[in-house]
Design a protein around this ligand. Structure first.
Ligand SMILES: [Zn+2]
Length: 107
């Protein structure tokens, strides 16, 4: 068995799990049943982890995960794209909220 994936947002973990299921990759989630024990176990121990039944599935599973990540990135691309200033047309990097050229606010 190999530990394959972990994410602080458990829904992500379940989403990857169902993608792997759909792709025919044998996998399971560890820690999903100790949710009720929160408080007795350290919170980190309660986070679900995605495991593969066998290391031979790792390559296929990684491909599935990569395309999942690419999809997610495409979804959140709104704030990860460089943007063009509406006032002066300057291209600014996504992390800036103001145009570096004319100080206009990003719209
Ligand atoms: Zn500008």
């Amino acid at each position: 068995m190999v530990h394959f994936y972990y994410h602080p947002d458990r829904f992500q973990v379940y989403q990857v799990k169902s993608l792997l299921d759909a792709a025919g990759v044998p996998c399971f989630i560890k820690n999903e049943f100790i949710q009720g024990a929160m408080g007795e176990v350290s919170p980190l121990d309660c986070e679900p982890e995605l495991w593969l039944n066998d290391a031979e599935w790792q390559i296929k599973a990684t491909q599935v995960l990569e395309s999942f990540k690419a999809e997610q990135q495409a979804l959140s691309q709104g704030d990860k794209n460089d943007w063009a200033c509406r006032s002066c047309g300057e291209i600014n990097e996504y992390q800036f909220a103001l145009c570096w050229q004319c100080q206009s606010v990003r719209v």
